[in-house]
Design a protein around this ligand. Structure first.
Ligand SMILES: Nc1ncnc2c1ncn2[C@@H]1O[C@H](COP(=O)(O)OP(=O)(O)OP(=O)(O)O)[C@@H](O)[C@H]1O
Length: 550
């Protein structure tokens, strides 16, 4: 039997970012996971982990089949490839894209969940923050993939149930199998025309007679680089069925409309988050709390306004949707190209997804496309977009575990603070400040936030400079090492050449001495030869002289 008691915590400061969950700068605690996971988390942190991108192509609808719509997309699941066939100037040009996983038109919800999403759910239970978001043209199956078919009348799980209900079931199955002690809370918000509304807000404050009655809530900076949604309802849940009911109620409040491309097109982005605190005991008997968070995001579809048949209000709405998706695209580009400034602040969507894109969260994007020839242009743009997103690197970090006693102390002080606020509101004896002073303080706060943002930008660009200088230094070091090696070799060669030169000089000196010796001998020989000839000549002269006398 499911419990119908939803415990509600509302009106407080609820963060959507991981800043809500314990972080390394929170209460000190020891991480009790095995050394392996610690080192893998350190590796992940150092190197970064690519955002995982999955491509899903839906089947042709009954209507598309009836009118024999040509198919231009083919999926090769084993090779993880998607091929788009294009005809340009009567030439067939195929474009092939590789993804982390590919699911073709006949793929089943169960298969997609088990192969792509189930491992991510396990990581949430290990203490990571994970985000799964569906991106794609309107009518390509984002809501079908994330939510899927509605529960049957008897509450049974249908075969076309999507990622969200399956993830919820897996979380409860695992926790129950481990007989874990845990607490779980969920939030569900909608982002429509740059305004956030709480899909879990109590009925009395949001009577959905028309859109204007939805009360927007504020997105605030948490001062630690994250954001939080002020006053977002958090519902404590104890069973999967409670979550299914919350989802049904919340989804029914989402803004949908009929367009030419989709009978029930979501006109807003939605973010459903589950935060789980699990109790663990250290071998010393100390109670620790580990925390994981799963964000499930169903984006509104990008659309070609003329083809979707949107007019006036709907066209403006589509313009807003496209604008926020364009900012998302710019953020993806900036992250992939490592440009210094990432324009997260340009839309609420990117502010909310900041930690999921380039942050500490593990992220998976499910890009959805249609196989129809009529959607080819948008399909190619989705394929390009998703393919580029594959290069985004996040640096996932396991949330720091907290000592149970520290967590309880924190919760008690929060209860105290809330109690005081309620008391002050009821008794009207809180602190009231003049309107001018309030406006002045708010302006000061805004200026401070802007200053912090500017400083963050400067620090970001300085960090980039440091990385570039470090890279330059490393390459110079390598060059120096290379040159030193070459110098060593040259010195050795020089020494050898000098030795050879000494040898040669020695030989030269010896040869000179020998030559001189030989010259001396020759000259002596010559001298003695000359004397002999002189003596002989004088002898001959005397002889001839004697003869002539006779
Ligand atoms: N993989 C699929 N298998 C069967 N039917 C699908 C599949 N994907 C989508 N559909 C059907 O296509 C239609 C449009 O799907 P869905 O509403 O999920 O699109 P969407 O991308 O969320 O559109 P939008 O952005 O306009 O909200 C629905 O009727 C849905 O049941």
């Amino acid at each position: 039997m499911e419990s119908s008691q939803h415990q509600r915590r509302g009106g407080g400061f609820v963060s959507l970012s991981p800043s809500q969950t314990p972080r390394s700068n929170d209460k000190p605690a020891r991480d009790l996971r095995s050394g392996d996971s610690n080192s893998s988390s350190k590796n992940d942190k150092d190197k970064g982990v690519n955002v995982q991108v999955i491509l899903r192509c839906r089947p042709l609808s009954a209507e598309e089949m009836r009118i024999h719509t040509p198919v231009v997309i083919s999926c090769n699941e084993s090779r993880r490839e998607v091929c788009a066939v294009q005809n340009i100037a009567n030439k067939q040009i195929d474009r092939t894209f590789l993804f982390d996983k590919v699911f073709g038109p006949s793929s089943q919800q169960k298969e997609l969940f088990e192969l792509a999403v189930s491992p991510i759910v396990n990581e949430v239970l290990e203490g990571y923050n994970c985000t799964i978001f569906a991106y794609g043209q309107t009518g390509t199956g984002k809501t079908y993939t994330m939510e899927g078919g509605a529960r049957k009348k008897n509450g049974e799980f249908p075969s076309d149930a999507g990622v969200i209900p399956r993830a919820v079931k897996q979380i409860f199955d695992i926790l129950e199998a481990q007989s874990a002690e845990y607490s779980m809370k969920v939030t569900f918000l909608e982002l429509y025309n740059e305004e956030i509304t709480d899909l879990l807000a109590p009925e009395e404050t949001t009577k959905f007679i028309d859109d204007k009655s939805k009360k927007p809530i504020a997105l605030m900076e948490d001062g630690k680089g994250g954001v939080f949604v002020r006053g977002l309802e958090e519902e404590l849940v104890t069973t999967a069925n409670e979550i299914y009911k919350i989802l049904e109620k919340g989804s029914a409040k989402r803004r949908t409309a009929e367009t030419l491309l989709n009978k029930q097109s979501s006109r807003s982005h939605s973010i459903f988050s589950i935060t789980i605190h699990i109790k663990e005991c250290t071998p010393e008997g100390e109670e620790m709390i580990k925390c994981g968070k799963l964000n499930l995001v169903d984006l509104a579809g990008s659309e070609n306004i003329s083809r979707s048949g949107a007019r006036e209000g709907r066209a403006r709405e589509a313009g807003e949707i496209n604008k926020s998706l364009l900012t998302l695209g710019r953020v993806i580009n900036a992250l992939v190209e490592h440009s210094g400034h990432v324009p997260y602040r340009d839309s609420k969507l990117t502010r909310l997804l900041r930690d999921s894109l380039g942050g500490k969260t593990k992220t998976c994007i499910i890009a959805t496309v249609s196989p129809s020839i009529h959607c080819l242009e948008e399909t190619l743009s989705t394929l390009d977009y998703a393919h580029r997103a594959k290069n985004i690197k996040n640096k996932p970090e396991i949330n720091q575990k907290m000592m149970k006693s520290a967590l309880i102390k924190d919760l008690y002080s929060e209860i105290d603070r809330l109690r005081q606020e309620v008391y002050a509101a009821r008794e009207k004896n809180g602190i009231y400040i003049p309107r001018d002073r309030y406006l002045h303080d708010e302006a000061e706060k805004k200026a401070m936030a802007e200053k912090i943002e500017r400083m963050e930008l400067v620090s970001e660009s300085k960090e980039k400079q440091i990385t570039e200088l470090q890279e330059l230094y490393n390459s110079q070091q390598m060059l120096t090492a290379d040159l030193s090696e070459k110098l060593g070799k040259a010195e050795k060669k020089l020494e050898e050449t000098e030795n050879a030169l000494f040898d040669l000089e020695d030989k030269h000196r010896q040869a000179n001495a020998t030559i001189k010796e030989k010259e001396f001998l020759i000259s002596n020989l010559l001298k003695s030869g000359e004397l002999k000839i002189g003596w002989y000549l004088s002898e001959c002269t005397l002889f001839w002289h004697g003869c002539s006398m006779k």
